[in-house]
Unconditional design. Structure first.
Length: 373
């Protein structure tokens, strides 16, 4: 039997790249040597390094995004789009793709657009509760639209929507004994067992708002000694936060630019504070921990706020606005830690929303589309 040839396209941010990688890994588990994969990304974006480092082939397109203010870069955009469409067609034809799967990001638009006009079936994976412009435009010709939130018929043809959740790499659900897992996690971070733990995480580069929130509360946290914090500063802010902490107590605070063992960070945490990107939300649904979201105001169509509100409306999370977080977030944390019953309800409500086999569900849809090609 000939190999099934699949193009996976998405990038620009980890939120588009790693769902695609999770599906690639699930395809290889399912089909083994019977599948051949090719990623398509945008030249100069992070996928051009991350994907080859994971052992996959990738082709880059010269596509770029529209700048929000008038710049010279916008003047070259039509030429880059045209060049990207031409290259996308060449790549699809040369590879002999049986199906193209788009995960969002600059590169997915020309690849899916070209495939649809070449008669090659396409699937879309929409990570957020508010659909992106690219996916809305491409949905009319897509065979399947895989989503992670209810109510997506606002954006897509209802008959082609499939609830799959967002695919994640690794295992975030607590499969081992929770008490033993928490003891291991507390030991890993050097924390005590008799005090609650708050995980503050702002992504790999970091989040200024959450770091400023910690700066405003560090002395109170260490002086009172009522709670402990795992504080991920992010690479961009590491030096600034290190300089800030010089001469200050860090009793009960683990601080680092990165958290290598996010599974243990989640296991240690009683409450998680972070942004509400699609990947983070999906992880928290699987681990089932009370969450306080501080949506980033600097993302397209304010989709992080919409992601957070989708959980808030189900009693599964709390939301603090970015502009209120520096002064207003820790009182919300204190109130939540003082209400164990509410924490239990939030944990139960968010866990119900988790889909552990999301990547496998998307593979089911890919295989079904190929079989009816």
């Amino acid at each position: 039997m000939d190999k099934i040839k699949i193009i996976l396209s998405g990038g620009g941010t980890g939120g588009h790249i790693y769902p695609a990688v999770a599906v690639a890994e699930a395809l290889q588990r399912r089909l083994g040597d019977g599948v051949e994969l090719l990623f398509v990304g945008a030249e100069g974006k992070m996928e051009m390094e991350k994907i080859p480092a994971l052992g996959y082939r990738i082709e880059g397109l010269p596509v770029a995004g529209l700048q929000r203010r008038l710049t010279a870069r916008n003047l070259s955009l039509p030429f880059k789009v045209a060049a990207s469409l031409r290259k996308a067609r060449r790549v699809i034809r040369s590879f002999g793709a049986d199906v193209v799967v788009g995960f969002g990001g600059y590169a997915s638009a020309p690849v899916l657009w070209s495939a649809q006009r070449m008669g090659i079936p396409t699937l879309i994976q929409e990570q957020n509760s508010y659909a992106g412009v690219t996916n809305k435009l491409l949905a009319s010709r897509a065979r399947r639209i895989c989503v992670a939130y209810e109510g997506m018929e606002r954006f897509f043809p209802k008959e082609r929507i499939v609830m799959t959740g967002n695919p994640l790499r690794g295992r975030f659900a607590e499969g081992a004994d929770p008490a033993a897992r928490k003891a291991e996690a507390l030991a890993y971070f050097g924390l005590e067992a008799d005090k609650p733990v708050v995980l503050v995480v702002g992504g790999s580069l970091g989040t200024r708002t959450l770091n400023n929130m910690m700066k405003a509360n560090v002395e109170r946290i260490t002086a009172e000694g009522r709670l402990q914090v795992i504080w991920q500063t992010g690479k961009f802010y590491e030096r600034e936060m290190t300089e800030f902490m010089q001469g200050r107590s860090s009793e009960g605070i683990w601080r680092g630019a990165f958290i290598d063992r996010m599974d243990l960070a989640y296991a240690a945490a009683d409450v998680v504070v972070g942004r509400s990107g699609a990947g983070t939300v999906s992880e928290l649904c699987l681990i089932g921990k009370p969450a306080i979201f501080v949506p980033s105001p600097n993302v397209a169509e304010d989709h992080q706020t919409k992601n957070a509100l989708a959980l808030v409306e189900k009693g599964a999370a709390l939301l603090v606005r970015d502009g209120e977080a520096v002064e207003g977030l820790f009182p919300v944390v204190d109130a939540l830690l003082a209400d164990p019953e509410r924490m239990r309800r939030m944990a139960a409500n968010i866990r119900v929303l988790g889909i552990a086999d999301s990547a496998e569900r998307i593979v089911d849809e890919i295989v079904a589309v190929v079989s009816t090609k």
